[in-house]
Design a protein around this ligand. Structure first.
Ligand code: ADP
Ligand code: MG
Length: 321
């Protein structure tokens, strides 16, 4: 029902940035190589995402807006997808229940266009057959004024969108992203699978030399990635990205070990930019696959955390490894 969708929307669609996140993740899931994001007034006016992914088959388009009708987790292998995040099958119906959505999609042959407003399907018709999907979301929260009132300034909402797109771009250097706000380009990445370049695209090329490569291993773990020097910090935990055997995870212990690597050089309440990829024998892990949390338990965690802290510390302070 529309009401159930709106209730779900209360969890999934907190603000324009959450819409961006869910839609871009769908584009990533659809194997897109290019994802263009256009927002007006920090998404409060409109959010448009254009991808070149696999598209949605004509017969599946209406189904995609039905709650729980779709769930991409069909076999356990899928749980290892880097971006298997929460709210399975809830994003599109939730978003469409609190906004005006125009989606055009094609698998390469027949195209379909659907217009939904406040959860009501207004029109479904054929569309051009360019492979991929574009989705235009307008009038977000037009029918939930209480939520609309919670929105902060354009500046705040935009910085949340920007944070999320930065992170998705870092997690997917093989995808070309662009983010445009009120016709001004904020981010563009090449999609040439060069993580260091993506970090430079985000934090400006002049900062690139303030971002250093880390690379180390012991008998059980292999770690690599990039970390910023202490002075180049931004006050957000979101700039720390951790992957375990290629999958994005959250771990307070690993997060803390990264921070510890800076010793007392890092000011309290500020965080580095860090992308840390950890490789280990999967039998050393126990992953809790709760849909909303990518929490993980690692045996020999203390050893891993020491390796991370020491590697960051030694690299930053130019000691020999
Ligand atoms: P979920 O991503 O959890 O399956 P969503 O509500 O986010 O649920 O999306 C519903 C379905 O719509 C997806 O499973 C997918 O099949 C389809 N879909 C959504 N966005 C896209 C896209 N950009 N390209 C291709 N398919 C899409
Ligand atoms: Mg989704």
């Amino acid at each position: 029902s529309i009401l159930a969708d709106q209730i779900a929307a209360g969890e999934v669609v907190e603000r324009p940035a959450s819409v961006v996140k869910e839609l871009v993740e769908n584009s990533i899931d659809a194997n897109s190589t290019q994802i263009d994001i256009n927002v007006e007034d920090a998404g409060l006016k409109s959010i448009e995402i254009i991808d070149d992914g696999i598209g949605i088959a004509h017969d599946d388009v209406e189904l995609a807006f039905k709650r729980h009708a779709t769930s991409k987790i069909s076999n356990p292998r899928d749980l290892f997808r880097v971006h298997s995040l929460g709210f399975r099958g809830e994003a599109l119906p939730s978003i469409a229940s609190v906004s005006d959505v125009l989606l055009k999609t094609s698998t390469g042959d027949e195209g379909t266009e659907i217009h939904i407003r406040g959860g009501k399907t207004l029109e479904v018709k054929p569309a051009e057959a360019r492979r991929g999907t574009s989705i235009l979301v307008k009038d977000i929260f037009f029918n939930t004024p209480a939520r609309l009132k919670y929105m902060k300034t354009i500046k705040t909402e935009l910085s949340k969108i920007s944070d999320i797109v930065d992170r998705l771009a870092i997690g997917h250097p093989d995808i070309a992203f662009s983010l445009v706000h009120n016709h001004r380009e904020i981010l563009r990445t090449s999609g040439r699978n060069n993580l260091q370049q993506v970090i430079g695209d985000i934090y400006s090329a002049k900062n690139l030399k303030r971002i250093i490569k880390i690379d180390n291993q012991d008998d059980d773990f292999k770690i690599d990635g990039y970390v910023s020097l202490p002075e180049l910090t931004r006050a957000s935990r979101n700039y720390v990205t951790i992957t375990l055997n290629g999958r994005y995870v959250r771990s307070n212990a690993i997060f803390k070990s990264i921070i510890d690597g800076y010793g007392s050089k890092l000011m309290v309440g500020r965080y580095p930019i860090a992308v840390l990829n950890i490789k280990l024998d999967p039998t050393l892990t126990d992953v809790n696959v709760h849909p909303t949390k990518q929490t993980v338990r690692i045996s020999k965690e203390r050893q891993l955390c020491d390796l991370i802290s020491n590697t960051i510390y030694n690299t930053i302070f130019k000691k020999n490894l």
